[in-house]
Design a protein around this ligand. Structure first.
Ligand code: AFP
Length: 360
């Protein structure tokens, strides 16, 4: 049948008709983002054949070594999204400052924040990576005057849209514009993202958790308590066994949770006291939190809703606990009990010497 499935452009236009808050050229802006992801998908899928693997030989603003594909993915977003007249400015994990639109390109009403290639430490070993993006409205004056970094510092609850592309066995785009979460799969024969997963929702219960266990000794006690109980399985207070996953690519972890439930944790840890966690608020935590909440899950720092965090800087980091509602609520309860000193039983010596890996 030639008409087939809805593609992402048709979906966006229909959403804009339904949602009067999506003013102006919103659907065309997201279409430009989608085109960026298609270009990145092409580069990722060709890997060594395109000579795009390996290090760029530079560092990003985070002091992290940049992969060649980090730089190319960042360029793809800038080139595809700067000319359409929908944006006042962009911000990226790969750029210290904002990227104002001006000069030859008309300025628009929206701001775009993105992590152009998330999980890039996986790219050279051919594991799943992704792109994460977030759309904010430009504050009243910023589309007229020169936008500043301060215009971006809006809580995640003000996002107009959020999404990610997952460059995995199949290339998928997952998107929310505030009315549920929708998944599209790239049909490379026609170069279109086709609607394959309407109304994605996260099951409130799960038996699967994701955390980088090598950091256990640095975690805060509530997280040590939670993971310790998961490991105790049906012999412990949870009365059921758990499974653990860690892909080291947030996009892949969140996608798995959307598809089959789970809880993802990159908590505050004591490894580097200057960093309250590894993940960045504006272009990792906030867009993923909007997606997870729109799918019926929860996203928390442990002590507050991620979408309520008031940003202080473009590259600010936050602790991230997100996924199945029942598990995130339990982790929040453990954080509250710890703050109130009500988790005494867990503070007993029995637990304090407990580690993930028995040394006997
Ligand atoms: P990279 O983009 O530098 O690979 O970092 C990916 C990430 O920000 C996120 O996608 C992962 O969940 C997390 O870092 C993995 O962190 P660890 O390497 O410490 O496990």
């Amino acid at each position: 049948m030639l008409c087939g499935r809805t593609n992402v452009n048709k979906f966006l236009i229909e959403e804009q008709r339904r949602n009067t808050a999506l003013v102006g050229d919103f659907s065309m802006l997201v279409s430009d983002v989608v085109r960026s992801c298609k270009a990145i998908a092409q580069g990722v899928s060709r890997g060594s054949l395109a000579g795009v693997l390996g290090d760029e030989g530079s560092e990003n603003v985070q002091g992290e070594a940049q992969k060649k594909l980090d730089v190319l993915a960042n360029e793809a977003f800038l080139r595809h999204c700067e000319w359409g007249g929908h944006l006042a400015a962009m911000a990226s994990e790969e750029m210290e400052d904002i990227y104002p639109i001006g000069g030859e390109h008309p300025r628009g009403k929206y701001l775009l924040v993105f992590d152009p290639l998330d999980g890039s430490s996986n790219i050279d070993v051919n594991l799943s990576v992704g792109s994460i993006f977030s759309v904010l409205r430009c504050p009243e004056d910023c589309s007229a005057a020169q936008p500043t970094a301060a215009d971006f510092l809006q809580p995640g609850s003000r996002q107009v849209a959020a999404g990610y592309a997952l460059y995995g066995p199949s290339t998928m785009l997952v998107l929310t514009v505030g009315s549920g979460v929708y998944g599209f799969t790239l049909d490379r024969d026609i170069g279109e993202f086709l609607l394959t997963h309407p109304h994605l929702t996260i099951s409130p219960e799960t038996r699967e958790f994701a955390i980088n266990a090598s950091n256990e000794r640095f975690w805060e006690p509530p997280v040590q308590r939670y993971v310790s109980e998961c490991l105790a399985g049906k012999t412990g207070v949870r009365g059921k066994d758990f499974n653990m996953r860690w892909v080291a690519s947030m996009v892949a972890e969140v996608h798995r949770i959307l598809m089959r439930g789970g809880v993802f944790m990159y908590p505050r840890d004591s490894k580097d006291k200057s960093k309250p966690g590894r993940l960045r608020l504006m272009y990792e935590a906030n867009p993923m939190a909007m997606i997870v909440e729109q799918a019926g899950g929860l996203a928390s720092t442990g002590s507050e809703r991620i979408l309520d965090v008031r940003p202080k800087g473009l590259h600010q980091r936050v602790p991230v606990i997100l996924g199945s509602r029942d598990e995130v609520e339990r982790l929040e309860r453990y954080h509250h009990e710890h703050v109130n000193g009500d988790d005494q039983p867990f503070r007993s010596p029995l637990f304090s010497t407990r580690t993930l890996f028995r040394d006997d």
